[in-house]
Design a protein around this ligand. Structure first.
Ligand SMILES: C[S@@+](CC[C@H](N)C(=O)[O-])C[C@H]1O[C@@H](n2cnc3c(N)ncnc32)[C@H](O)[C@@H]1O
Length: 277
């Protein structure tokens, strides 16, 4: 009789943005631990009748330890619900270490992160051909958790690609000046999402130069995410992957389109237009 802990990503807020696997996992738990401050209460509809439901928002890590110990002693299943995806700022690492010490089996069920929810809400592609092919997920240094050396907003801004900045709205002035100091142009587009997918969702567009004033104007300091980068303004460039001149294992290229695509790519290094797809 082995107890287990299921770490479940609840998604950004809307209760129907949890995965089917996550919802089913909540339904088989004896103990459901959720944070009322971060997770929509509608998620609890998936819990089975009689399940023990615990709000962790008032508890330190030590507060959940007795629940995990009981699960280990009695062979119970615990559903530990995290906002967004558990892999991002979910403190699952220390909890997995605890589970290992207690002999509890662990399963992690991914969820929709806030940054993809915000991109979806605004119909955005974060990887735009020829403008931005990378997404940096980060937060401002300072606050309660120190940042490792070399991981500053200023250093990341130097890449000029798309950036999703979590946990930083309370220091929007510093965020703005670090983004500018790192090299983003003042008119680089920024989309600010507050409580994305919740009933009180607020999404506003601004630029790097107006990021702080816009954040303060709307009194945003928590549950807020910033997407930053030149790719946010671009909907026009075309991916070669879906170009009729591109071939891959499941599709032949159109001959004329392929000649045109090769001409467009010209003498670039690695200019072959087929790929693994
Ligand atoms: C502790 S982190 C958790 C991130 C989460 N694991 C994820 O994948 O989205 C909390 C931060 O995520 C962002 N966040 C989470 N949910 C959000 C939402 N619905 N709207 C806007 N930002 C959100 C905010 O930056 C917030 O300060």
């Amino acid at each position: 009789m082995t107890g287990s802990v299921l770490f479940i990503g609840a998604g950004p807020g809307a209760p129907d943005l949890i995965t089917l696997r996550g919802a089913k996992a909540i339904g088989r738990a004896d103990i459901v631990i959720w944070a009322a401050s971060l997770v929509h209460p509608g998620i609890l509809e998936h819990a089975r009748p009689g399940a023990e439901v615990v709000d962790s928002s008032q508890l330190p890590m030590e507060g959940v330890v007795p629940l995990y110990e009981r699960a280990a002693a009695d062979g119970l299943t615990v559903a530990r619900i995290h906002s967004g995806d558990p892999a991002l700022w979910g403190a699952v690492g220390e909890q997995i270490a605890l589970c290992n010490r207690l002999g509890l089996a662990v399963e992690i069920i991914p969820g929709v992160s806030a940054f993809t929810a915000l991109a979806a809400a605004e119909h955005l592609e974060l990887t735009v051909p020829e403008i931005s092919q990378s997404v940096i997920l980060t937060r401002l240094e300072g606050g309660k958790t120190p940042m490792p050396a070399g991981e500053s907003i200023r250093a990341f801004a130097g890449h000029g690609t798309t950036m999703a900045v979590f946990l930083s709205a309370a220091r929007s002035g510093v965020l703005q000046s670090e983004l500018l100091a790192g090299g983003y142009a003042e008119d680089t587009p920024v989309v600010i999402g507050y409580q994305v997918s919740w009933p009180d969702e607020l999404i506003v567009w601004c630029t790097v130069a107006t990021l702080a004033e816009t954040t303060k104007e709307h009194k945003l300091w928590k549950h807020t995410l910033f997407l930053v980068g030149p790719g946010l303004a671009s909907h026009e460039t075309r991916s070669h992957l879906y170009h009729p001149g591109h071939f891959h294992g499941f599709r032949k290229a159109d001959h004329e389109a392929r000649i045109q695509l090769k001409a467009e790519r010209g003498d670039r290094p690695g200019g072959e237009v087929g790929a693994r797809g």
